[in-house]
Design a protein around this ligand. Structure first.
Ligand SMILES: C[S@@+](CC[C@H](N)C(=O)[O-])C[C@H]1O[C@@H](n2cnc3c(N)ncnc32)[C@H](O)[C@@H]1O
Length: 224
């Protein structure tokens, strides 16, 4: 059994573990998925036609691979060294794609390459204080650039930074509390507006057939 994680990075090292033997095979990359239900909801068109994109918290890196295969120069930035190592190994032969081991706020603070799209699929945006992150995302985007993210729909009545719990943490509960930020779509829209974003669409995409967890999907722009 792996030791109890003591930092968020160690916690995320254990995300999507491989229980087989030998080298773990790379996952299939079908389409760009914003939800946990394959083929459900919109795909990469949410990001427009970027030349350069940044994935905040890619883990396995499937969405970043999808974009790179479409000719988008894509960087995936992840806090977990294990996730970055694994993704870098799997996708090393994909042109226009790189994975960087860094915390999202740190990366955006020092990055000097303008980005046409910044996105996060159930990734770092969910686990980072938006008051810190949003100004940096705006600063890194080109004028008219797109910022989009998805995460689980908020549980009613639990807003702001929430300690993580839920069945996907089974067997990994520890003294470490990892926070995730959840708000209603209207509150996300207000936050983004306050940080200078425009043309904001924040909504809950219901699960297929109305069964299960919906997805919060947010798309906005840096003003031209
Ligand atoms: C729930 S996983 C989602 C991964 C992937 N986007 C997916 O859809 O499968 C969250 C990912 O975000 C990364 N992450 C969390 N907080 C982060 C931060 N502050 N900076 C960079 N990456 C972060 C974690 O290491 C993890 O790989």
């Amino acid at each position: 059994m792996s030791p109890e994680p003591r930092t968020p990075a160690q916690y995320w090292d254990t995300y999507k573990p491989y229980r087989g033997t030998g080298e773990q095979p790379a996952p299939e990359v079908g389409r760009f998925e914003w939800t946990q239900y394959p083929g459900h909801g919109p795909g990469a068109e949410v990001l427009g036609r970027p030349r350069r994109a940044l994935d905040l918290g890619p883990a396995e890196g499937r969405e970043a691979v999808f974009l790179a295969r479409q000719g988008v120069a894509t960087t995936g930035v992840d806090l977990s060294a294990a996730q970055v190592d694994r993704a870098s190994r799997w996708w090393k032969d994909t042109p226009g794609l790189e994975f960087v081991h860094a915390e999202a706020v740190d990366y955006l603070t020092s990055n000097t390459t303008p980005l046409d799209a910044v996105y996060s699929v159930w990734g770092a945006v969910w686990f980072t204080d938006p008051e810190l992150l949003f100004p940096l995302v705006a600063q890194n985007l080109t004028p008219g650039g797109i910022f989009a993210f998805s995460q689980a729909e908020p549980s009613p009545g639990a807003y702001g930074p929430q300690p993580m719990h839920g069945k996907w943490l089974e067997g990994r509960e520890s003294e470490l509390t990892v926070l995730r930020w959840q708000y209603t779509p209207q509150t996300w829209a207000d936050l983004l507006k306050r940080h200078g974003f425009t043309d904001i669409d924040a909504h809950i995409l219901p699960p297929p057939g109305g069964e299960g967890l919906g997805t919060l999907l947010v798309r906005t722009h840096r003003p031209v």
